[in-house]
Structure formats: structure tokens, C-alpha cells
Design a protein around this ligand. Structure first.
Ligand code: UDX
Ligand code: UDX
Ligand code: ADP
Length: 461
């Protein structure tokens, strides 16, 4: 029986997952460690570093009882009999595989540290989203460093979506655990199964071989992203014909073989997983000499880039081919509602396009701080940090963002946008008052009655 768990990495995945594991297993001590002292300090307050509905309540129940957040990584590793690796795995920004392969240096560092510090046998669980065969790399590092302890490596990919992380963790569709099909491997799989079985019905815990588990994670995200790119591709066709994307999505979604979820046309998908995982898949296919398969999945990303670009270009074209010096209000910066996460958000790319055309952008997002927005733009390196700050203004009042604007762009589907006083916003805008609904969340008919010129995804008006 597992008695002590250590999780390396206190981010969007590690934090909420460990909080729920600790909540449901009061007999297991769960230590979450991170090199980022500021982050750990925040986990020990009521101002958690990750915004997730319901998370604080879960953390409060378990914290100090059997859930601990600490910077002492070595102690965490030494004490644990099971170690989750939940560090970030961004896409490589340099060298071989640049822009596509996952950067595994943080994972590798973790594996080396475990090998260095461990004095007893451990089960090492890869939780970060990783390319297939990473477990093999971890295994090699652990077994070749001369440490006498024995290690079993498991793959236990996380399927939670941000904004619904706690619900997804409490009631998962499935939990996937992959491991070696040896007696020791199967025993390790069983140990981890028991941790989850505290609250997840056994039949929802899927046990597979190691690589199936790793590949399933990439494939699940690739399929989900593919659905969005598929519907977004049809949205472009709707805009030039008299079809309506929401009607089409509803009509096809009622076919039980297709299903209704993940068919919401949008300004483009974002988030830390979809693009990264598809790029990983593409890289993997190329590595194994399967260029046709690589091209197939690559197209999902190409379409997503097109959708973001198309949205920005539509704004420019509609505003009489120039946004130079014009105030454009962007509502929403997060990659989806109910999160403060902005990784790969469509907002970044839409803003970048508009800034290239000399727009003055005013942004309002209910959860994202200005610091993150500027960090996102600066990271692109399109222009200097000073220029980004000169042409993009962040405000905490949506009405201020929209005052005297030539156009409003809805980027994130925050619920509160639906309840704004749109009449008041209209009165205070430049005319014609354009609104570009990148999420199709507003009542377009009502907006048109007020006087707005409405443009939306997959609508011919
Ligand atoms: C995703 C997977 O859903 C999750 O299982 C995995 O563990 C991590 O990656 P996440 O990125 O948090 O989760 O959010 P998700 O709800 O999948 O949305 C991703 C992006 O797609 C968002 O930008 C969202 O706005 C967009 N989206 C989603 C659409 O544009 N249309 C849809 O119909 C659904
Ligand atoms: C299809 C649509 O299902 C139906 O709604 C539409 O009206 C007509 O086209 P049909 O072509 O008769 O129907 O058969 P379908 O069961 O969809 O199979 C089409 C092909 O896909 C077959 O060759 C089938 O073997 C193949 N298939 C189907 C797979 O290879 N894998 C699957 O999982 C499903
Ligand atoms: P994810 O969405 O995968 O959870 P995050 O970036 O939110 O990604 O979280 C990853 C966390 O892992 C960060 O807080 C980072 O500081 C931490 N981390 C990265 N490398 C190490 C390491 N070698 N040891 C400890 N923590 C690490």
C-alpha cells in the first residue's frame, strides 16, 4: 500500500490532481514540491496560483492534514514510495525538433534528481503530457545512474480540462494507467489503481501497456482538437454561403456516432495541450517514417492558425481595410472561460495581427492579469516590449475598454459578457459600431436591433 506520495511540479495539473488524491485518501501523505518558491508559497495561502472552480475548498479540506506544499524536493523524493512527475513540457524553442518536439529537459532533470536522491524503491508516475516513449527515457536514466533502489515507471496521463478540473478529477470518464507487463510492472499498476479506486469505480480504471497509455493521451487530444478544426473549417464555408454554423453543428451532433460535444466553432482553440500534443504526434510520425500520417495531423494545426488569422483579417477588412490608430476592444484573453490560463490563447495571435496593423488594443479579462498578457506578447518577439505596452492597454472595467472603440472582439466565452448593458456600450462607441463575436455567445439579433454591425464565426451576416 502506498503511504507517501510526492508530486514534483505544482502547476495546473499537479496541484489540483494531488489535492483530490489527498482529499480522497486521508491515509496517504501527499507532498507537492516545486522549484518555484513563490508558487509554493501561494499554494499555502487562500490565493492559490491556479484559478479553478471548487479547488480552494478541496485544498482547504486536505491542506495541513495530509496535503503539503513545499520547496524541499529532495526530502519529498526521499520520503515517498510513489513519485508523480508533473512538470511542464513545453514545445522546444531551440535546436533539433524546434517548434515541434516536446522539451523534456525538466522531466529529465526530475528523473536525474530522483536517481540521485532515492534510497528506497519507488514507483515513478509520469503525469506530464509527454511524447510516446518518454517512460523509456526515464527508465534508462533511473537504471543507469548506479542507484541500487529499484524503480517502476508508470504512465498516468491526465485528462482534466481547465475550468472543470475538480469535476473532471472527481468524476473522470476514465483513469488510464500504463506500465510494464512484467510481474513488477503489473504490481506497480495495481498500487496506483488502488489510489484512484478510493473514489473512481474500478471499471473506469483502464490498465494498458506503457506506450498505449502514452499514445492514448496524445490521440485523445488530437481527436478533440480535430473536431474543433473540422467545425471551424466549415464555419469559413458558412460565412460565404447562407448556412449557419450553429445549425450545422447541432444537426450533425445529433448523430450519435458523431456526438454533440466539442463542436462549438470559435476563433480557434488554445491551451497548453492541443497544439503541443499534435506537434508531438507529428514529430513522432516523422521520426518513424510515416510522413502521410504526420501531414494529416499537421493540418489540424494549420487550420487553427488559419482560423485565428482569418478572424483578425476579417476585423481589418471590415473596418475599411485599416485599423491603424483605431481603438479595438478585446473582451477576454484566457484561452477559455473559467480559467486564468493564457497559454496558446487565440487572443495572443489575434492581438499580434492587429498590432501589426497598428491598432490600439484595449483588453479586459475578468481573471487574467496584465502581467500575463504582456508576457504572452513579449514572448512572440514580434516587436519590442515597449511597443507592446504602448499599443495595448489593459483595463479592469469592460465599459472602459469599449468606450470610443471602433470595434469589439469577443475572444473568450466568459459568461459575464452576455449580461453586459450592450445598449450603454453601443451609445459610447464610435459609429458604425462593429462587434466580432469570436465565440458566438452574444444575442446577435438583439445587438443588431440596438444598432451594432455584428460579425460572427460561421454566420453570413
Ligand atoms: C484539453 C482536454 O480537453 C483535456 O482532456 C486534456 O487533459 C487537456 O487539454 P483544456 O485545454 O484545459 O483541456 O480545455 P478544453 O476544454 O479542451 O478546450 C481547449 C480549447 O478548445 C479552448 O481554447 C476552447 O475554447 C476550445 N474549444 C473547445 C472550442 O473552440 N470549441 C469547442 O467546442 C471546445
Ligand atoms: C454512410 C453513413 O453512415 C450514412 O449515415 C449515410 O447516409 C451514407 O453513408 P454507409 O456508407 O452505408 O453509410 O455505411 P457506414 O456504416 O457508414 O460505413 C462506411 C464505410 O466505413 C464502410 O466501408 C465501413 O466498413 C467503414 N467503417 C465504418 C470503418 O472502416 N470503420 C468504422 O469504425 C466505421
Ligand atoms: P502543467 O500545466 O503541466 O501543470 P505548469 O507550468 O502549470 O504545467 O506547472 C509545472 C510546474 O513544474 C511549474 O510550477 C514549475 O516550476 C515546476 N517544475 C519544473 N521543473 C521542475 C523541477 N525540476 N523540479 C521541481 N519543479 C519543477
Amino acid at each position: 500500500m502506498v503511504k507517501n506520495i510526492c508530486c514534483i511540479g505544482a502547476g495546473y495539473v499537479g496541484g489540483p490532481t494531488m489535492a483530490v488524491i489527498a482529499l480522497k485518501n486521508p491515509n496517504i501523505k501527499v507532498n507537492v514540491v516545486d522549484i518555484n518558491a513563490e508558487r509554493i508559497a501561494a499554494w499555502n495561502t487562500d490565493e492559490l496560483p491556479v484559478y479553478e472552480p471548487g479547488l480552494l475548498e478541496v485544498v482547504k479540506q486536505a491542506r495541513g492534514r495530509n496535503l503539503f506544499f513545499d520547496t524541499d524536493i529532495e526530502k519529498g523524493i526521499r520520503e515517498a514510495d510513489m513519485i508523480f512527475i508533473s512538470v511542464n513540457t513545453p514545445t522546444k524553442t531551440y535546436g533539433l525538433g524546434k517548434g515541434r518536439a516536446a522539451d523534456l529537459r525538466y522531466v529529465e532533470l526530475c528523473a536525474r534528481q530522483i536517481a540521485e536522491v532515492a534510497t528506497t524503491d519507488k514507483i515513478v508516475v509520469e503525469k506530464s503530457t509527454l511524447p510516446v516513449r518518454t517512460a523509456q527515457a526515464i527508465k534508462t536514466i533511473l537504471s543507469e545512474t548506479g542507484n541500487k533502489a529499484r524503480f517502476q515507471v508508470l504512465s498516468n496521463p491526465e485528462f482534466l480540462a481547465e475550468g472543470t478540473a475538480i469535476k473532471d478529477l472527481l468524476e473522470p470518464d476514465r483513469v488510464l494507467i500504463g506500465g510494464d507487463q512484467t510481474p513488477e510492472g503489473l504490481a506497480a499498476i495495481e498500487e496506483l489503481t488502488q489510489v484512484y479506486a478510493s473514489w473512481v469505480p474500478r471499471e473506469r480504471i483502464i490498465q494498458t501497456r506503457l506506450w498505449s497509455s502514452e499514445l492514448s493521451k496524445l490521440t485523445a487530444n488530437a481527436f478533440l482538437a480535430q473536431r474543433i478544426s473540422s467545425i471551424n473549417s466549415i464555419s469559413a464555408l458558412c460565412e460565404v454561403t447562407d448556412a449557419d454554423i450553429d445549425e450545422v453543428a447541432y444537426a450533425i451532433g445529433t448523430d450519435s456516432r458523431i456526438g454533440s460535444k466539442f463542436l462549438k466553432a470559435s476563433v480557434g482553440f488554445g491551451g497548453s495541450c492541443f497544439q503541443k500534443d499534435i506537434l508531438n504526434l507529428v514529430y513522432l510520425c516523422e521520426f518513424f517514417g510515416l510522413p502521410e500520417v504526420a501531414r494529416y495531423w499537421e493540418q489540424v494545426i494549420a487550420l487553427n492558425d488559419y482560423q485565428k488569422r482569418r478572424f483578425a483579417q476579417n476585423i481589418i477588412h471590415t473596418l475599411f481595410n485599416t485599423v491603424s490608430g483605431k481603438k479595438i476592444a478585446m473582451l477576454g484573453w484566457a484561452f477559455k472561460k473559467d480559467t486564468n490560463d493564457t497559454r496558446e490563447s487565440a487572443a495572443i495571435y489575434v492581438a499580434d495581427h492587429l498590432l501589426n496593423d497598428m491598432a490600439n488594443i484595449w483588453v479586459y479579462d475578468p481573471k487574467v492579469p496584465a502581467k500575463s498578457m504582456f508576457a504572452d506578447l513579449d514572448y512572440l518577439g514580434t516587436r519590442s516590449p515597449e511597443e507592446n505596452r504602448k499599443h495595448l492597454t489593459v483595463v479592469t472595467d469592460p465599459y472602459e475598454a469599449c468606450r470610443d472603440a471602433h470595434a469589439i472582439a469577443i475572444i473568450t466565452e466568459w459568461d459575464e459578457f452576455k449580461t453586459y448593458d450592450w445598449q450603454r456600450i453601443y451609445v459610447n462607441m464610435k459609429k458604425p459600431a462593429f462587434i466580432f463575436d469570436g465565440r458566438n455567445i452574444l444575442d446577435h439579433k438583439k445587438l443588431m436591433e440596438i444598432g451594432f454591425k455584428v460579425k460572427a464565426i460561421g454566420k453570413s451576416y
